[in-house]
Design a protein around this ligand. Structure first.
Ligand SMILES: [Zn+2]
Ligand SMILES: [Zn+2]
Length: 473
């Protein structure tokens, strides 16, 4: 596989003399399999140069764009991506499925008359849109797995496997555990799931916008620290890691210094991990490894029912005592078109779980005022369907991974958090639960013709590769 970086900056394009070496354009990478399949991951302002490069003399261009999320720095290049305007070209655009708006609607939003002179529907190329959830599908000879990241917008990470080589793109993402962001603590729970997703990648391209020192003022912004990404890569036995989504305030010299200190520390620890900071224009070639072949995953979904009815029936169980917080949660959940169920005691909770099979439970833990762990244990006693276990998100001021794991907590929401972060977490869990039960189909109006690779629908990922129990990092 061949990877080329066309934009490595985070948040906002930052051209100028101080960023000339690493580059000022926002996220965009080009991936080519040995057979020539073209996949673009994110289309920030770097997409402009990539588009010019691809358009030079090319007719009948066939390509695929994977969008991690629709924040500006990941989509701003789309209106300027020349191959989309050439009749005869054919593109498939993929991105996370929202709960209300579709991917096409989200992308069309930035091209409304007020903001841009050409609408998305006026693009000359034939474009198909695909709303994705967590799962696995094929793009020609490339196997693509998706995984929700931790960011204040619904965001997907992509794992691309072809020619026996795996490339993982994870932007934008903040570790679930705040301790991990500082480069300490244990990889458990949802952070372990993330480590499994990047496991043994030949190249990991990871958000590393901040440093551990900067992190205390950036909590909840949805980005990783350099220290965390290095520890994650070591833990998950990644071969090479490209730090990317460089902070707009970090100039070239600062990135050099950061890299030098990381490499010095890795040498001290005799680590073989290869760390570099992504440079705009840089090419990384990975020789095919035919003996490994792409990793195939089991667990295709059998049901033919579309995901929308499952979402329409979704409900969230709220065990929040703090009235202000309960009202805020309820507003956020209802805004997503999801039903809210409150309970005041375990009896009521048991009845609601049995009757409505909620998609998610959100519990408050603030002892001695309220013991969410006890409630979680009680839920687990009743909810013994391990195949389709009710996800429980614990809202607390501090995470307690050990007690949480013992009580059966699935995920944490650590105070203080923003409404956007809570909303994204709820969205991701509701979508995951719905997809656990049934296979999604591509909405009729989203696609003119279904590519043959997806004719069987999208089987959702069930992990075969576990990297063992958590351990200290
Ligand atoms: Zn970003
Ligand atoms: Zn973002």
């Amino acid at each position: 596989m061949r990877v080329q970086f066309w934009g490595a900056r985070g948040s906002i394009a930052k051209p100028g003399p101080s960023t000339a070496r690493y580059g000022g354009n926002t996220s965009c990478i080009e991936v080519r399999s040995a057979r020539g399949t073209l996949v673009v991951v994110d289309c920030g302002t770097g997409g402009h140069s990539l588009g010019q490069n691809l358009s030079a003399g090319a007719k009948g261009l066939r390509g695929h764009i994977l969008i991690s999320h629709t924040h500006w720095d990941h989509i701003q290049g789309i209106p300027f991506f020349a191959p989309l305007f050439v009749p005869g070209n054919e593109w498939d655009i993929y991105g996370p499925k929202g709960l209300g708006q579709s991917l096409r609607e989200a992308l069309a939003g930035q091209m409304q008359y007020t903001y841009f002179p050409v609408t998305l529907d006026q693009c000359g190329a034939k474009i198909r849109y695909h709303d994705l959830v967590e799962g696995t599908f094929d793009i020609d000879d490339i196997k693509v797995s998706t995984h929700y990241l931790n960011h204040p917008a619904l965001t997907l990470g992509y794992r691309l496997e072809a020619d026996g080589v795996a490339v993982v793109y994870a932007c934008d993402h903040e570790p679930h555990s705040r301790m991990l962001a500082t480069g300490h603590g244990e990889i458990t729970g949802q952070d372990l799931r993330h480590a499994e997703f990047v496991n043994r990648a030949d190249l990991l391209i990871h958000d590393a916008q901040f440093t551990a020192e900067e992190y205390p003022t950036k909590i909840g912004w949805g980005h990783s620290t350099v220290e965390y990404v290095v520890e994650l890569s070591k833990y998950a036995e990644v071969k090479r890691v490209a730090l990317t989504h460089h902070d707009p305030l970090r100039d070239d010299d600062a990135i050099d210094r950061l890299l030098a200190s990381i490499r010095a520390r890795l040498r001290e620890n005799a680590s073989s991990l290869d760390v570099f900071a992504a440079v705009e224009g840089q090419v990384v070639e990975m020789a095919p490894s035919p003996e490994k072949g792409p990793v195939r995953r089991a667990g295709e979904f059998q049901a033919q029912t579309p995901i929308e009815p499952a979402l329409a029936e979704s409900s969230v169980l709220l065990g929040i005592v703090d009235t202000k917080m309960a009202a805020a949660f309820s507003e956020v959940i209802r805004a997503e078109g999801i039903h809210v169920e409150f309970f005041s005691d375990m009896d009521e909770a048991r009845k609601l779980i049995a009757k409505d099979r909620p998609s998610l439970a959100i519990l408050e833990h603030d002892p001695p005022r309220i013991d969410g762990m006890e409630t979680c244990r009680a839920i687990r006693q009743q909810d013994n369907d391990h195949e389709h276990q009710l996800p429980v998100v614990m809202v607390a001021s501090q995470e307690d991974q050990a007690s949480g794991a013992a009580a059966g907590v699935t995920d944490w929401l650590i105070k203080p958090f923003t409404g956007a972060h809570a909303r994204t977490k709820i969205r991701a869990w509701v979508l995951r639960t719905a997809c656990q039960w049934m296979r999604g189909v591509i909405p009729e109006d989203e696609e003119l013709a279904r590519p043959p690779c997806m004719s069987g629908g999208r089987p959702w990922l069930k992990r075969e590769t576990k990297i063992g129990a958590s351990r200290k990092m």
